[in-house]
Ligand binder design. Structure first.
Ligand code: MSP
Length: 525
């Protein structure tokens, strides 16, 4: 099969503060999905970056007495340093202060203005300083007050540019009905549909320069800059493959765009990604089938509460990676949350997962298998006849595990894929105990059985590591080195069936521990 394109993006992170574990989770999730598709032979383009404009950035820079350019450069470095520590392998970096992005935002504004999708109007209304947007009476809670999420709300009268959102409302509803798999998980699509049904009004897409200068200037009216969400959403196009060179018409853009998946958190589906973005794309001339898919993940909380800088319960990913290593952090972030749901972050659980599934599970299996191969077979496993009944059931479990992990990954259920691998590893460790190779080694009539047992364990290790390589990229390289083999291509069952046999003798290295147990006291949480 020819390589399938896969264009995956994450939200671009606000550069008004340091990254926290929530940002790291989204990046790791996208990176794991991207690497997995690469291991399946697909042609992956992974876009991520930073959202550098807007009032919050301007205010943070002002508070520190520095220019916004200097401020965002500094914060952006914190993000890029973390992504490199976490082995996030993106193809393209999107920074909204980049000239090609500015050009795209300005060209889009001009096009929408010229085609009648924008209009200028003077309005007076409530404005949320925190969310940087106008809000209406509808946003008042049952107590008549604007909720905490809006922060300070002021009354503003201003002339601005508006994007005609309301006239596309029925189109969006019809699109959601026609493409029920636009948003994953499905309950988020239902949530979006409800929100669209209740929505009304147009979107204010400008901010007067008199109060916000840190943004992209309107090309046909220099008194205004673009609203930060209008600017940020366009990164998915401005940095898309082929776009900067030749625009939408480019063959490269067309090839990737149809496969686009936006990975975002639950807080930014409605209204930004689920309402503004599809309507912006429609107004820009994209067809219904060119509206991208969304994968909406949940949030990591701390003891059930939202992480927040003001309450001080923010987990610093840099500290975690320095302490436990990037693969341990990646493994925990993928293992202990169901894609789409929220979860509670706990360092204790991280340690428990890593110790039980990586140190006692995979690491132990590797050590025992390689040690015994050296002790009893001089470090080389003989070829295994596929019809050998010894270990046949466990080799069958390898095929089952690969099949179920691949289908879980296609549903973005990384936790389920990892869980099926963890079960295989635990079955393999149990197989060691029941077969007791140390006893077989004492009986010369059992030498064939001993070789088949160890070869089967080798195949389990190769399967488990192949399926986990996107989650633990560094450690899996070390494991493959010790096993003396490479990952097998993670494609369809017919293609990978041959991966579960050992058709030629296989030399393995002596083991060196890959996952040392983490010593951790409760007082350290
Ligand atoms: N800049 C906008 C996105 C623009 S995309 C065109 C933004 N930035 S953000 O920095 O606030 O959030 C970036 C991503 O991190 C979002 O998808 C958000 O949902 C995610 N998370 C923020 N906190 C999170 C957790 N506690 N847990 C998981 N993800 C979280 O929104």
């Amino acid at each position: 099969m020819p390589a399938q394109p896969f264009f995956i993006t994450t939200a671009i992170d606000y550069t008004n503060g340091a990254p926290h574990i929530g940002h790291a989770y989204e990046k790791v999730l996208a990176d794991v999905l991207a690497r997995f598709r690469t291991s399946q032979g697909d042609d992956v383009f992974f876009l991520t970056g930073v959202d550098q404009h807007g009032q919050k950035v301007q205010q943070s820079a002002e508070k520190l007495g520095v220019a916004p350019e200097a401020f965002v450069t500094d914060v952006t470095e914190k993000f890029t340093a973390l992504w490199s520590k976490l082995e996030i392998e993106y193809t393209q970096w999107a920074a909204t202060t980049a000239p090609e992005h500015k050009a795209c935002v300005q060209a889009t504004l001009t096009k929408l203005w010229e085609t009648g999708h924008l209009y200028k109007d003077r309005r007076s209304g409530f404005y949320s300083v925190r969310q940087e947007q106008f809000i209406t009476e509808k946003e008042r809670g049952p107590d008549g007050e604007f909720g905490e999420e809006w922060g300070e709300v002021v009354v503003l009268e201003e002339e601005n540019y508006f994007f005609k959102l309301a006239e596309h409302r029925d189109w969006l509803l019809a699109l959601l009905d026609r493409r029920p798999d636009l948003v994953a998980p499905a309950f988020r699509q239902a949530e979006l549909r409800n929100a669209v049904e209740k929505s009304s009004g147009d979107l204010c897409v400008s901010r007067p320069k008199s109060r916000l200068s840190w943004g992209i200037e309107f090309p046909f009216d220099p008194d205004f800059v673009a609203y930060v969400w209008f600017d940020a959403l366009l990164n998915y196009v401005s940095f898309a493959p082929g776009f900067a060179e030749c625009g939408r018409a480019s063959e490269k853009f067309q090839r990737y765009w149809g496969s686009a998946l936006h990975v975002i958190g639950k807080d930014i589906l409605v209204p930004a990604h689920g309402v503004y973005w599809p309507i912006m794309l429609k107004a820009m001339g994209f067809s219904d089938d060119e509206i991208p898919h969304f994968l909406v993940h949940g949030w990591w909380n701390i003891a059930g509460a939202k992480m927040s800088k003001s309450t001080g319960n923010v987990v610093d990913p840099v500290e975690l990676v320095s302490r436990f290593g990037s693969d341990a952090v990646r493994y925990y972030l993928m293992r202990d949350i169901q894609t789409g749901q929220d979860a509670d972050f706990s360092t204790e659980r991280l340690v428990a997962r890593v110790n039980s599934e990586l140190a006692n599970g995979l690491g132990n299996l590797l050590n025992r298998t390689l040690n015994m191969t050296h002790r009893y077979l001089d470090g080389t496993l003989p070829a295994l006849d596929d019809s050998n009944p010894v270990g046949a059931a466990l080799r069958g479990r390898c095929i089952e595990t690969a099949t179920s992990a691949i289908s879980a990954m296609a549903r973005y259920e990384v936790h389920a894929a990892i869980e099926s691998v963890a079960r295989l590893v635990s079955d393999a460790n149990a197989f060691v105990d029941t077969e007791a190779p140390w006893k077989l080694a004492k009986d010369p009539t059992q030498s064939d059985r001993l070789a088949a047992v160890l070869a089967t364990l080798f195949l389990c290790l190769r399967t488990a590591t192949t399926l986990l390589q996107s989650v633990i990229p560094t450690k899996s390289v070390e494991i493959f080195e010790q096993l003396g083999c490479a990952a097998f291509p993670v494609c369809g069952e017919n293609e990978f069936r041959s991966a579960f046999t050992l058709s030629a003798p296989q030399a393995v290295s002596k083991p060196t521990p890959v996952f040392p147990r983490i010593e951790f006291a409760e007082s350290e949480t």
